[in-house]
Write a protein that binds this ligand. Structure first.
Ligand code: SAM
Length: 310
C-alpha cells in the first residue's frame, strides 16, 4: 500500500547504489573534475561490491594495506576504518590533493602521489610508524587491495608478484576476462596464468557488472584474490630463463609444442623433440595444456642441455 502510494506520487525507491552514484557525481561536480578514462578512472558506486572486496581481504587492526588508485577514496575510507595502516598510491595529482584534504582526519592513511609502477613496495612502506607491530622483528607483511586501473592490470600484478618484498595477499578488481584467464586450468592456460600461478593461488571472489562503476566501463569485472605462496610450488633455479621458455612455448598458440618451442627458441624441431621426450611430454600437445609442474620439468631438461638465452 505504502509502496503503491510512493509510486503514484512519483517517488523512486533509493538503493545504496543510487546513493553512492549520486554522491560520486556530486563530488566530481563540486571539485570541477571529470573522470579521466585514459587513467582507468571508473569509480565504484556499489556498496555491496565494496563490502565484498573488504570481506575478501579479511582485514584486521594489525594489517598494513597498500591501495593502488584510491580515486575519490571510497575504498580507502573503508580500509582505514579496519586496518592499522593504509598507503594509497594515486597517479592523478588532482585526486591525490583532494584525498589528502578529505582524509586528513584519519591518522593511519598516507596518500602518495606517484605512479605505482615506478615505486617499489618496500619504499612505500618506509613511512610506517616505527612502533607498528612486526616492524622491528621483520615479521611485517602487507596486503594489496585495489580497484585497479585496467590499462595496467598485468603490469601491476607482475610488479607486486616479482617484487623483492611481496604482499601476503592481493584482492583486486580486474576485467572479468582477465580474471578468468588468470584462474585457468590446464587446457586453457596462457603465459599470464602461468606467471600468476607460479607465485600464488588465484580465485574469483565474485563477478561485478559494469553498472557498479561510474562512468560504467565497457566490460564487466571480477574481484580476484591471490594468496601468495611463501615459495613457488615448483622448483626452478632461474626464473628469468624459466619464463623465457614458457614465453617461447606460447609464441605460436595454434602450433603443437614442438613447433611453438622451435619457433620461439629459434631451434630446429629435431633438437627440441628429444628434449620433450626426455621431459616425458608428448610433442603433439599444445602449450595451453601443460601444468606448471610440466613446464618446470621441461625447463630443467632444457637447462641441463646447454646455456641458452631462454
Ligand atoms: N579506488 C577508486 C574506486 O574504487 O572508486 C578508483 C578506482 S579507478 C578504477 C583507478 C584509479 O587508479 C584511478 O583513480 C586512477 O587515477 C588511478 N591510477 C591510474 N594509473 C595509475 C598508476 N599508474 N599509479 C597509481 N594510480 C593510478
Amino acid at each position: 500500500m505504502a509502496k503503491e502510494t510512493a509510486r503514484k506520487r512519483g517517488y523512486k525507491k533509493r538503493y545504496p547504489q543510487d546513493r553512492m552514484l549520486a554522491e560520486t557525481k556530486r563530488l566530481l561536480r563540486q571539485l570541477g573534475l571529470q573522470a579521466r578514462k585514459g587513467l582507468g578512472q571508473h569509480f565504484l558506486v556499489d556498496e555491496g561490491v565494496l563490502e565484498r572486496i573488504v570481506d575478501a581481504a579479511e582485514l584486521g587492526p594489525t594489517d598494513v594495506v597498500l591501495e593502488i588508485g584510491p580515486g575519490l577514496g571510497v575504498l580507502t575510507r573503508e580500509l582505514a576504518g579496519k586496518v592499522g595502516w593504509v598507503v594509497a598510491v594515486e597517479l592523478d595529482t588532482r585526486l591525490a590533493l583532494v584525498l589528502k584534504k578529505e582524509l586528513a582526519s584519519f591518522n593511519n592513511v598516507a596518500i602518495v602521489n606517484q605512479d605505482i609502477l615506478k615505486t617499489s613496495p618496500a619504499s612505500l612502506l618506509e613511512g610506517l610508524p616505527p612502533d607498528f607491530p612486526g616492524i622491528g622483528d621483520g615479521r611485517l607483511g602487507y596486503k594489496v587491495v585495489a580497484n585497479l586501473p585496467y590499462y595496467i592490470t598485468s603490469a601491476v600484478l607482475r610488479h607486486f608478484l616479482e617484487a623483492r618484498f611481496k604482499p601476503k595477499v592481493m584482492v583486486v578488481m580486474v576485467q572479468k576476462e582477465v580474471a578468468e584467464a588468470i584462474v585457468a586450468q590446464p587446457g586453457d592456460m596462457s603465459l599470464l596464468a602461468i606467471s600468476i600461478q607460479f607465485y600464488g593461488r588465484p580465485y574469483i571472489i565474485s563477478y561485478v557488472p559494469a553498472s557498479s562503476f561510474y562512468p560504467a566501463p565497457e566490460v564487466d569485472s571480477a574481484i580476484l584474490k591471490i594468496g601468495l605462496y611463501p615459495q613457488p610450488p615448483v622448483s626452478v633455479a632461474d626464473r628469468e630463463s624459466f619464463f623465457g621458455l614458457v614465453r617461447a612455448g606460447f609464441s605460436a598458440r595454434r602450433k603443437q609444442l614442438v613447433g611453438s618451442l622451435a619457433n620461439g627458441l629459434g631451434l630446429p624441431k629435431a633438437e627440441v623433440l628429444p628434449l620433450l621426450e626426455r621431459a616425458g611430454i608428448i610433442s603433439r600437445r599444445r602449450a595451453e595444456t601443460l601444468t606448471l609442474e610440466e613446464w618446470a620439468r621441461l625447463w630443467r631438461v632444457f637447462a641441463q642441455v646447454e646455456e641458452r638465452p631462454w
